[in-house]
Design a protein around this ligand. Structure first.
Ligand code: CP
Ligand code: NVA
Length: 307
């Protein structure tokens, strides 16, 4: 199975077998990093960030260097993009210098335009709609912890945002059940839900939406949350905190309804006292640092296969 030369914009573009292949490659590279230290030799990568990043940026930079490649991290506003050069012209230029583009953008359509314009692969490092590298790394985390994916239940509590979208697609591909609890009006987008439901027909996943967090986390193996105020939504902060708090905060009390060995996951960055209490995120059920570590392992698997 070859993924060479493919864009990586959303998990829906890949079959379950292809996604498993990426997880397996990530595990293989982790076990024998020395065998892979030259796979990106002579290859250059443009990492373009339209918004801030710690984990995604650093894990990609480290992964590329560990595999022998050379990352160029570029801030959107310091490129001519910041002065209005078009995405297309930027893509046509970059493809003459580098072998791949990894981009974090405000609007998902910017990624589509990059991918359409450039002959080289484009990887989504987060858009308003999806965060596929995160969700796939999260599947790696869950697989390492639980030894399987199919039949587990992931409960999402909070905003039906980009991370929620990619997890919905990931879980429906790998056969995990998903229960999403959001306030009314903050549900995942209909188009994403439809994709996940379609996929669930093949994998056997059960997917449900609710406005009741206790109902969502009942018998869950994983409780997952993310900020109530994603990047770009800062102007809505006051309104959002009013809507989400206190009901959608992940607390120890909420964990009473889960399975005994249920773990807490968060893509980070986290706001303690908003979407989660310190007791939970800094407590024994939390796997957030292991999750952050697996971003690096996943990026290495992904880069090895695409390039
Ligand atoms: N989870 C994640 O993507 O973190 P960063 O915004 O720090 O990259
Ligand atoms: N939903 C968050 C994820 C950050 C990694 C955001 O888009 O800001």
């Amino acid at each position: 199975m070859s993924l060479k030369g493919r864009d990586f914009l959303t998990l829906s573009d890949f079959s379950a077998d292809e996604l498993w292949h990426i997880l397996e490659k990530a595990l293989e590279v982790e076990k024998n990093l020395n065998n892979f230290s030259g796979v990106l030799a002579g290859k250059f990568f443009a990492l373009i960030f339209e918004k801030p990043s710690t984990r995604t940026r650093v894990s990609f930079e480290v992964a590329i260097r560990q595999l022998g490649g050379f990352p160029l991290t570029l801030n959107w506003v310091e490129l001519q993009l910041g002065r209005g050069e078009t995405v297309r012209d930027t893509a046509k230029t970059l493809e003459r210098y580098v072998h791949g583009i990894i981009a974090r953008v405000n609007e998902h359509k910017t990624l589509l335009e990059l991918a359409k314009s450039a002959e080289i692969p484009v990887i989504n490092a987060l858009s308003n709609l999806y965060h596929p590298c995160q969700a796939l790394a999260d599947m790696l985390t869950v697989y390492k912890l639980k030894g399987r994916l199919k039949g587990l239940k992931l409960a999402w509590v909070g905003d039906g945002n980009n991370v929620c979208h990619s997890l919905l697609v990931a879980c429906s591909k790998f056969g995990l059940d998903v229960s999403v609890a959001t306030p009314k009006g903050y549900e995942p987008k209909k188009e994403v839900l439809e994709k996940a439901l379609e996929e669930a027909k093949n994998s056997g996943s059960k997917i449900e939406l609710t406005n009741n967090p206790e109902e969502a986390v009942k018998d869950a193996d994983i409780v997952y949350t993310d900020t109530f105020v994603s990047m770009g939504k800062e102007a809505e902060k006051r309104k959002r905190l009013k809507v989400f708090l206190p009901n959608f905060q992940v607390t120890l009390k909420l964990f009473n309804h889960t399975k005994k060995d249920c773990v807490f996951m968060h893509c980070l960055p986290a706001k303690r006292g908003e979407e989660v209490t310190s007791e939970v995120i800094d407590g024994p059920r939390s796997v957030v640092w292991f999750q952050a570590e697996n971003r690096l392992h996943l990026q290495r698997g992904l880069l090895t296969l695409i390039f």
